[in-house]
Design a protein. Structure first.
Length: 94
């Protein structure tokens, strides 16, 4: 038992150690595959070649459309069947 008032060394405080970043549940990072260099450097690229496009051949004249003959005259003797809700009633608000 130390004497009263005697200075004693305090135990060093141990900081918690973080768990390892890679554990059994983590897979190793994939190996990076380098990207192949471009085939041409920007200064070596060729200017686009303009290829002239020939004018399209004129479309041959089509036969004229046949003249439409008038059909039979509509029958106006019988009234057309309409839905009961199709008639619109205008309500005048005073």
């Amino acid at each position: 038992m130390p004497e009263s008032g005697a200075a004693h060394e305090s135990a060093p405080v141990q900081e918690p150690v973080p768990p390892p970043l890679r554990g059994p549940l983590h897979e190793p990072a994939p190996v990076h595959v380098p990207v192949p260099p471009p085939l041409f450097a920007p200064e070596q690229e060729l200017a686009p070649v303009h290829v002239p496009v020939p004018d399209p051949e004129p479309c041959p004249e089509h036969d004229p459309a046949p003249v439409h003959e008038p059909g039979p005259a509509p029958d106006t003797s019988a009234p057309k069947h309409t839905h009961p809700n199709s008639t619109r009633v205008n309500i005048v608000l005073l």
